[in-house]
Design a binder for this molecule. Sequence first.
Ligand code: PPS
Length: 293
Amino acid sequence: MELTARPTLFDFHGVSMTKYFTDNWDKVQDFEARPDDVLIATYPKAGNTWVSYILDLLYFSQMSPDRRDQIPLHQRVPFLEMHIPGFPLGVDELNQLTTFPRIIKTHLPVHFLPKSFWEQNSKIIYVARNAKDTAVSYFHFDRMNRAQPEPGDWSSYLQRFMEGKMVFGSWYEHVTGWWEKKQTSSNILYLFYEDLIEDTDKELCRLYSFLGLSPTVELKKQVREKVLFDNMKKDKMANGSRDEAFDFKISPFMRKGKVGDWKNHFTAQQDEQFNEDYERKMKNTHLQFRTAL
Ligand code: PPS
Protein backbone atom coordinates (compact mmCIF):
# COMPACT_ATOMS: atom_id res chain seq x y z
CA MET A 1 0.00 0.00 0.00
CA GLU A 2 1.24 3.49 -0.87
CA LEU A 3 1.01 6.67 1.14
CA THR A 4 -1.74 8.71 -0.45
CA ALA A 5 -3.49 11.40 1.60
CA ARG A 6 -1.85 12.89 4.65
CA PRO A 7 -3.13 11.39 7.94
CA THR A 8 -5.21 13.46 10.35
CA LEU A 9 -4.71 14.03 14.06
CA PHE A 10 -7.16 12.68 16.59
CA ASP A 11 -7.32 12.43 20.34
CA PHE A 12 -5.99 9.09 21.53
CA HIS A 13 -6.39 8.65 25.31
CA GLY A 14 -5.65 12.35 25.77
CA VAL A 15 -2.69 12.52 23.33
CA SER A 16 -2.86 13.78 19.73
CA MET A 17 -1.84 10.97 17.41
CA THR A 18 -2.32 9.67 13.87
CA LYS A 19 -3.39 6.18 12.90
CA TYR A 20 0.17 5.41 11.78
CA PHE A 21 1.18 5.12 15.42
CA THR A 22 -2.00 3.74 16.96
CA ASP A 23 -3.36 1.18 14.47
CA ASN A 24 -1.18 -1.54 15.90
CA TRP A 25 -1.74 -0.53 19.51
CA ASP A 26 -2.38 -3.93 21.12
CA LYS A 27 0.69 -5.43 19.52
CA VAL A 28 2.79 -2.47 20.66
CA GLN A 29 1.48 -2.70 24.20
CA ASP A 30 2.14 -6.46 24.26
CA PHE A 31 5.70 -6.01 22.97
CA GLU A 32 8.10 -8.17 24.94
CA ALA A 33 11.09 -6.07 25.89
CA ARG A 34 14.26 -7.78 27.10
CA PRO A 35 16.70 -6.80 29.83
CA ASP A 36 19.44 -6.16 27.26
CA ASP A 37 17.29 -3.95 25.01
CA VAL A 38 18.34 -0.32 24.71
CA LEU A 39 15.49 2.07 24.05
CA ILE A 40 15.99 5.59 22.70
CA ALA A 41 12.96 7.65 23.62
CA THR A 42 12.42 11.23 22.46
CA TYR A 43 9.71 13.66 21.55
CA PRO A 44 9.99 13.99 17.73
CA LYS A 45 12.97 16.00 16.46
CA ALA A 46 15.06 15.86 19.64
CA GLY A 47 17.98 13.84 18.28
CA ASN A 48 16.70 10.27 18.19
CA THR A 49 18.50 9.52 14.91
CA TRP A 50 21.75 10.97 16.19
CA VAL A 51 21.77 8.80 19.32
CA SER A 52 20.54 5.76 17.33
CA TYR A 53 23.53 6.11 15.04
CA ILE A 54 25.94 6.53 17.96
CA LEU A 55 24.65 3.36 19.64
CA ASP A 56 24.60 1.32 16.46
CA LEU A 57 28.23 2.21 15.78
CA LEU A 58 29.24 1.50 19.35
CA TYR A 59 27.67 -1.91 19.46
CA PHE A 60 28.10 -3.17 15.91
CA SER A 61 30.65 -1.29 13.81
CA GLN A 62 33.58 -3.49 14.81
CA MET A 63 31.71 -6.76 14.61
CA SER A 64 30.09 -6.07 11.23
CA PRO A 65 31.72 -3.16 9.39
CA ASP A 66 29.47 -3.65 6.30
CA ARG A 67 26.30 -3.09 8.28
CA ARG A 68 26.74 0.70 8.19
CA ASP A 69 27.00 0.79 4.38
CA GLN A 70 24.34 -1.77 3.61
CA ILE A 71 21.43 -1.41 6.00
CA PRO A 72 19.53 1.87 6.45
CA LEU A 73 19.61 3.12 10.01
CA HIS A 74 15.82 2.89 10.36
CA GLN A 75 16.13 -0.87 9.83
CA ARG A 76 19.03 -1.23 12.24
CA VAL A 77 17.08 0.69 14.87
CA PRO A 78 13.39 -0.13 14.33
CA PHE A 79 10.68 2.31 15.37
CA LEU A 80 8.53 0.47 17.92
CA GLU A 81 5.09 1.98 17.31
CA MET A 82 5.40 2.55 13.55
CA HIS A 83 2.59 1.24 11.38
CA ILE A 84 2.91 3.17 8.11
CA PRO A 85 1.62 1.74 4.80
CA GLY A 86 4.47 0.49 2.65
CA PHE A 87 6.81 0.07 5.64
CA PRO A 88 7.28 -2.99 7.84
CA LEU A 89 5.63 -2.91 11.25
CA GLY A 90 8.02 -1.68 13.92
CA VAL A 91 7.12 -4.51 16.28
CA ASP A 92 7.64 -7.16 13.58
CA GLU A 93 11.02 -5.72 12.63
CA LEU A 94 12.08 -5.77 16.26
CA ASN A 95 10.93 -9.33 16.77
CA GLN A 96 12.90 -10.40 13.71
CA LEU A 97 16.16 -8.76 14.78
CA THR A 98 18.88 -11.31 15.38
CA THR A 99 21.49 -8.89 16.71
CA PHE A 100 22.06 -8.11 20.39
CA PRO A 101 21.33 -5.79 21.94
CA ARG A 102 18.27 -4.55 20.12
CA ILE A 103 18.39 -0.78 19.80
CA ILE A 104 14.84 0.53 19.69
CA LYS A 105 13.40 3.90 18.71
CA THR A 106 10.24 5.35 20.23
CA HIS A 107 8.47 8.68 20.48
CA LEU A 108 5.87 7.46 22.95
CA PRO A 109 5.01 9.59 25.97
CA VAL A 110 6.15 7.81 29.13
CA HIS A 111 2.70 6.57 30.15
CA PHE A 112 2.22 4.86 26.76
CA LEU A 113 5.41 2.79 26.96
CA PRO A 114 4.72 -0.97 26.96
CA LYS A 115 4.99 -2.25 30.53
CA SER A 116 7.55 -4.92 29.65
CA PHE A 117 10.27 -2.22 29.44
CA TRP A 118 9.72 -1.48 33.14
CA GLU A 119 9.34 -5.14 34.10
CA GLN A 120 12.56 -6.08 32.29
CA ASN A 121 14.42 -3.00 33.47
CA SER A 122 15.67 -2.36 29.92
CA LYS A 123 18.03 0.57 29.55
CA ILE A 124 16.33 3.75 28.34
CA ILE A 125 18.01 6.84 26.96
CA TYR A 126 15.71 9.84 26.81
CA VAL A 127 16.85 12.84 24.77
CA ALA A 128 15.13 16.19 25.22
CA ARG A 129 15.55 19.32 23.09
CA ASN A 130 14.40 22.85 23.84
CA ALA A 131 10.82 23.59 22.77
CA LYS A 132 11.59 26.39 20.32
CA ASP A 133 14.11 24.48 18.22
CA THR A 134 11.94 21.37 18.45
CA ALA A 135 8.94 23.27 17.06
CA VAL A 136 10.98 24.64 14.15
CA SER A 137 12.53 21.28 13.33
CA TYR A 138 9.14 19.56 13.57
CA PHE A 139 7.55 22.16 11.26
CA HIS A 140 10.08 21.51 8.50
CA PHE A 141 9.80 17.76 9.05
CA ASP A 142 6.01 17.87 8.71
CA ARG A 143 6.38 19.84 5.48
CA MET A 144 8.53 17.14 3.89
CA ASN A 145 7.07 13.97 5.44
CA ARG A 146 4.04 12.55 3.66
CA ALA A 147 3.29 10.34 6.66
CA GLN A 148 2.59 13.39 8.84
CA PRO A 149 -0.43 15.73 8.87
CA GLU A 150 -0.18 18.89 6.73
CA PRO A 151 1.61 21.49 8.83
CA GLY A 152 -0.10 24.61 7.40
CA ASP A 153 1.72 27.91 7.88
CA TRP A 154 4.34 28.52 10.57
CA SER A 155 2.21 30.80 12.69
CA SER A 156 -0.73 28.38 12.97
CA TYR A 157 1.75 25.51 13.47
CA LEU A 158 3.39 27.25 16.42
CA GLN A 159 -0.03 27.84 17.95
CA ARG A 160 -0.84 24.14 17.64
CA PHE A 161 2.54 23.22 19.09
CA MET A 162 1.67 25.26 22.19
CA GLU A 163 -1.70 23.51 22.38
CA GLY A 164 -0.08 20.09 22.13
CA LYS A 165 -1.86 19.35 18.85
CA MET A 166 1.11 17.57 17.32
CA VAL A 167 1.72 13.89 16.58
CA PHE A 168 2.81 12.38 19.94
CA GLY A 169 1.03 15.18 21.76
CA SER A 170 2.30 17.95 23.94
CA TRP A 171 6.07 18.60 24.05
CA TYR A 172 5.58 20.02 27.55
CA GLU A 173 3.92 16.85 28.86
CA HIS A 174 6.38 14.58 27.04
CA VAL A 175 9.59 16.09 28.43
CA THR A 176 8.20 16.57 31.94
CA GLY A 177 6.54 13.13 32.04
CA TRP A 178 9.82 11.39 31.24
CA TRP A 179 11.70 13.71 33.61
CA GLU A 180 9.41 12.78 36.52
CA LYS A 181 9.79 9.09 35.72
CA LYS A 182 13.56 9.44 35.62
CA GLN A 183 13.57 10.68 39.23
CA THR A 184 12.57 7.21 40.42
CA SER A 185 14.00 4.99 37.65
CA SER A 186 17.71 4.23 37.54
CA ASN A 187 17.31 2.62 34.11
CA ILE A 188 16.72 6.03 32.46
CA LEU A 189 19.52 8.32 31.30
CA TYR A 190 18.10 11.78 30.52
CA LEU A 191 20.19 13.69 27.98
CA PHE A 192 19.79 17.09 26.34
CA TYR A 193 20.34 17.78 22.66
CA GLU A 194 21.98 21.09 23.58
CA ASP A 195 24.58 19.30 25.77
CA LEU A 196 25.29 16.84 22.97
CA ILE A 197 25.95 19.75 20.62
CA GLU A 198 28.02 21.71 23.11
CA ASP A 199 30.26 18.91 24.37
CA THR A 200 29.70 15.70 22.42
CA ASP A 201 32.66 13.93 24.07
CA LYS A 202 31.35 14.55 27.56
CA GLU A 203 27.88 13.25 26.70
CA LEU A 204 29.37 10.24 24.92
CA CYS A 205 31.27 9.40 28.12
CA ARG A 206 28.00 9.57 30.06
CA LEU A 207 26.50 7.18 27.50
CA TYR A 208 29.40 4.71 27.76
CA SER A 209 29.21 4.68 31.51
CA PHE A 210 25.40 4.29 31.59
CA LEU A 211 25.59 1.39 29.14
CA GLY A 212 28.56 -0.20 30.90
CA LEU A 213 30.71 0.01 27.75
CA SER A 214 34.46 0.55 27.56
CA PRO A 215 35.12 1.30 23.87
CA THR A 216 38.69 1.34 22.64
CA VAL A 217 40.33 4.67 21.88
CA GLU A 218 40.09 3.81 18.20
CA LEU A 219 36.36 3.06 18.34
CA LYS A 220 35.68 6.24 20.28
CA LYS A 221 37.52 8.22 17.63
CA GLN A 222 35.59 6.51 14.84
CA VAL A 223 32.24 7.13 16.48
CA ARG A 224 33.10 10.75 17.18
CA GLU A 225 34.01 11.32 13.53
CA LYS A 226 31.10 9.46 11.94
CA VAL A 227 28.40 11.12 14.00
CA LEU A 228 29.38 14.67 13.14
CA PHE A 229 26.39 16.40 11.57
CA ASP A 230 28.13 17.00 8.22
CA ASN A 231 29.27 13.38 7.99
CA MET A 232 25.87 11.97 8.89
CA LYS A 233 24.23 14.30 6.39
CA LYS A 234 26.33 12.70 3.63
CA ASP A 235 25.68 9.16 4.83
CA LYS A 236 22.89 7.73 2.65
CA MET A 237 22.11 5.04 5.20
CA ALA A 238 21.64 7.54 8.01
CA ASN A 239 20.42 10.80 6.46
CA GLY A 240 16.83 9.77 5.78
CA SER A 241 17.26 9.54 2.00
CA ARG A 242 16.20 5.86 2.14
CA ASP A 243 12.84 6.83 3.60
CA GLU A 244 10.23 6.97 0.85
CA ALA A 245 7.82 9.12 2.85
CA PHE A 246 10.28 12.02 2.77
CA ASP A 247 10.42 14.66 0.06
CA PHE A 248 13.91 16.13 0.16
CA LYS A 249 12.95 18.70 -2.47
CA ILE A 250 10.95 20.39 0.30
CA SER A 251 13.42 20.01 3.18
CA PRO A 252 16.25 17.62 4.09
CA PHE A 253 15.95 15.31 7.10
CA MET A 254 19.38 16.38 8.37
CA ARG A 255 18.40 20.02 8.15
CA LYS A 256 20.57 22.30 10.34
CA GLY A 257 21.54 20.42 13.48
CA LYS A 258 21.97 23.56 15.56
CA VAL A 259 20.84 25.17 18.79
CA GLY A 260 19.06 28.49 18.25
CA ASP A 261 17.70 28.16 14.72
CA TRP A 262 14.34 29.21 16.23
CA LYS A 263 15.61 32.80 16.09
CA ASN A 264 15.31 32.63 12.31
CA HIS A 265 11.62 31.67 12.58
CA PHE A 266 10.02 33.30 15.63
CA THR A 267 8.85 36.89 15.32
CA ALA A 268 9.29 39.07 18.43
CA GLN A 269 5.57 38.78 19.09
CA GLN A 270 5.55 34.99 18.71
CA ASP A 271 8.52 34.78 21.05
CA GLU A 272 6.81 36.87 23.71
CA GLN A 273 3.58 34.87 23.52
CA PHE A 274 5.48 31.58 23.51
CA ASN A 275 7.54 32.58 26.57
CA GLU A 276 4.48 33.58 28.58
CA ASP A 277 2.71 30.35 27.74
CA TYR A 278 5.91 28.36 28.47
CA GLU A 279 6.24 29.88 31.96
CA ARG A 280 2.69 28.82 32.76
CA LYS A 281 3.05 25.29 31.44
CA MET A 282 6.48 24.60 32.94
CA LYS A 283 6.06 26.35 36.29
CA ASN A 284 5.84 23.13 38.30
CA THR A 285 9.02 21.49 37.03
CA HIS A 286 12.72 21.95 37.76
CA LEU A 287 13.51 20.88 34.22
CA GLN A 288 15.57 23.59 32.51
CA PHE A 289 16.35 23.99 28.82
CA ARG A 290 18.81 26.16 26.96
CA THR A 291 17.64 27.88 23.78
CA ALA A 292 21.09 29.29 22.98
CA LEU A 293 24.66 28.18 23.68
S1 PPS B 1 12.77 12.13 14.30
O1 PPS B 1 12.35 12.14 12.87
O2 PPS B 1 11.69 12.65 15.16
O3 PPS B 1 13.24 10.83 14.74
O4 PPS B 1 13.94 13.20 14.37
P1 PPS B 1 15.19 13.18 15.35
O5 PPS B 1 16.22 12.30 14.80
O6 PPS B 1 14.76 12.97 16.76
O7 PPS B 1 15.68 14.71 15.26
C1 PPS B 1 16.08 15.29 14.04
C2 PPS B 1 16.87 16.54 14.39
O8 PPS B 1 18.16 16.13 14.89
C3 PPS B 1 19.16 16.68 14.07
N1 PPS B 1 20.34 15.80 13.99
C4 PPS B 1 21.56 16.19 14.42
N2 PPS B 1 22.00 17.32 14.98
C5 PPS B 1 23.33 17.41 15.25
N3 PPS B 1 24.22 16.44 14.97
C6 PPS B 1 23.83 15.28 14.39
N4 PPS B 1 24.71 14.34 14.11
C7 PPS B 1 22.44 15.11 14.11
N5 PPS B 1 21.70 14.12 13.54
C8 PPS B 1 20.44 14.56 13.49
C9 PPS B 1 18.48 16.83 12.70
O9 PPS B 1 19.20 17.65 11.84
C10 PPS B 1 17.13 17.39 13.14
O10 PPS B 1 17.22 18.74 13.62
P2 PPS B 1 17.06 20.03 12.68
O11 PPS B 1 17.02 21.19 13.63
O12 PPS B 1 15.79 19.90 11.92
O13 PPS B 1 18.27 20.09 11.81
